[in-house]
Write a protein that binds this ligand. Structure first.
Ligand code: ATP
Ligand code: MG
Length: 471
């Protein structure tokens, strides 16, 4: 089959010319070809090229032809080169032969033939390539019947799966990732080989594992991936906190829900509404402290008191271990986990404005994401209950809107700041400033005064008197 009509991007013609000049057989391979055959649109902005020759030399020539806008970078250690051009990434590699040792995922690499290079690829569907040289421009090469596997939606390794996964255990994570992203099944032998080799994941750096995990989380239906990660015990290797959520316990008539399956259902629910990786992480971690807080109480049955607070506290440790960023993204996840039960309380009939203001203050600009998380957290099988809960959250949203319009709490800025307080009462920095600032904030949130400067000034003079600060 010839795909020259699909090779519209200018890059293919440039590579053809430069490859022919260098007399390198060159191919486009991997994700771009796979997605072309699957007719998955606008997913790949990264294109992988392989040439029988030096990938670095070819990339250099191509970058020169493309001109100033092309950024060119060499990764000497890997023998690869990358061109970035208008938001697209083109990766170049020379055909190679790989042999593995047991204690490292890094192979011994030698220059190889095109056939050597095909065999080293992870899955049949990733080993399909299209030739770019003039005489065979657009010719498809499918050495392991990858097209058949694309049709049947199967993830399968070109060689013996046991060896493929043992050689480079990252491929097990990749198998789950592709199965989840593409909605494919992992072939039985492969699946069993993953089970057998799951502990080999220990030789893979956490960064690489997490990169694949994030791609699973960003898939349309991430629960599929988490089920496989759990069943193959891959999850047990790097995320025991999540594994612990699995299972149910019963005392008499009282049985609690399986929090692992609940969690991944919440993750699916939120994925319908948001592509935000960090909101999806918040969904994944919202109940993470349920195992530690679980108690059976005679009157109430199963309880998980304070699991939201303890869960919030667990977030930094989990982020550190999984090599996720320890910045404002982590704080955002932590905040949503800690607050995820608050809107439920507000759904009750009688709720004071002050409780609404407190939530607006604590959630700030993440209030909508918090409400999205709360909606997603409803996983009851009873349609009437689901409707009722969703309605309740809609009325919470209304209340939030009304109070926010009135009081502008979301981006709360104290109407009088610490420096002004120091000047007003001629005092130095110290704990009094903190006390006064907090008292203004509390007075506003509790509705004792309005959120403006005049009222705050009146209030603070009174407060200062109580503290004997007046001159
Ligand atoms: P995507 O770009 O959507 O993540 P991809 O298939 O292009 O998918 P890349 O990580 O870009 O994945 O790798 C490009 C190609 O290199 C793959 O299609 C595969 O043929 C090969 N490859 C990548 N990683 C491995 C690996 N660990 N073992 C074997 N082959 C690999
Ligand atoms: Mg790619």
């Amino acid at each position: 089959m010839n795909y020259s009509r699909e090779l519209k991007n200018q890059i293919f013609n440039i590579i053809q010319k430069e490859s022919d000049k260098l007399k390198y057989p060159t191919y486009v391979v991997g994700g771009w070809v796979r997605d072309l055959l699957l007719k998955r649109e606008n997913t790949v902005t990264d294109i992988d090229f392989v040439c029988v020759g030096s990938g670095i030399i070819l990339a250099e020539k191509v970058a020169l032809t493309m001109g100033k806008q092309a950024r060119f970078k060499v990764f000497k250690k890997f023998g690869t080169a990358l061109i970035s051009y208008k938001g697209e990434n083109y990766e170049f590699i020379g055909a190679r032969k790989e042999s593995y040792r047991s204690n490292s995922r890094k192979p011994i690499v030698e220059n190889g033939t095109f056939e050597d290079d095909q065999i080293r690829r992870d899955f049949t569907i990733n080993a399909i390539s299209i030739q770019l040289n003039k005489d065979d421009f657009g010719e498809l090469i499918d050495p392991f019947n990858g097209i058949e596997d694309l049709k049947n939606k199967i993830i399968k390794t070109p060689g013996n799966p046991n060896k493929t996964y043992s050689d480079d255990p990252l491929r097990m994570m990749r198998a789950v990732r592709f199965a989840t992203q593409l909605h494919f099944e992992i072939e039985k032998e492969s699946y069993e080989a993953i089970l057998r080799n799951c502990e080999r994941l220990s030789i893979i750096s956490q960064e690489r594992i997490t990169e694949e995990l994030n791609k699973i989380i960003l898939s349309p239906k991430p629960s599929r991936g988490f089920k496989v990660l759990f069943e193959t015990k891959l999850l047990h290797q790097f995320f025991p906190e999540l594994v612990k959520l699995e299972g149910v316990e019963r005392v008499g008539k009282h049985v609690h829900k399986d929090n692992f399956y609940h969690t991944i259902e919440v993750l699916d629910n939120i994925s319908i509404h948001s592509k935000n990786l960090w909101l999806r992480w918040a969904a994944l971690l919202h109940d993470i402290a349920k195992p530690q807080t679980k108690k059976y109480e005679k009157k109430q049955g199963w309880t998980f008191h304070a699991h939201e607070f303890i869960g919030g506290k667990m977030v930094p440790g989990i982020f550190r271990k999984l090599k996720l960023p320890l910045n404002e993204k982590m704080k955002y996840v932590q905040k949503l986990v800690a607050l995820h039960l608050r809107p439920i309380v507000l759904a009750k009939d009688i709720v004071t404005d002050s409780a609404i203001r407190r939530l607006l203050f604590d959630a700030g600009n993440d209030i909508e994401d918090l409400m999205t998380l709360c909606d997603a957290d409803i996983t009851s099988k009873n349609i009437n209950k689901v409707k009722k809960y969703l309605n309740n959250f809609q009325s919470v949203r209304k209340k939030l809107k009304i109070v926010e319009q009135k009081d502008q709490i979301r981006n709360f800025q104290p109407p009088i700041n610490g420096i002004e307080i120091m000047q007003l009462f001629n005092i130095k920095a110290g704990k009094e400033i903190g006390i006064l600032k907090k008292s203004i904030k509390d007075a506003i949130l509790d509705g004792k005064i309005e959120n403006n400067r005049d009222e705050a000034l009146k209030f603070i003079y009174k407060k200062a008197k109580e503290l004997n600060l007046n001159k």
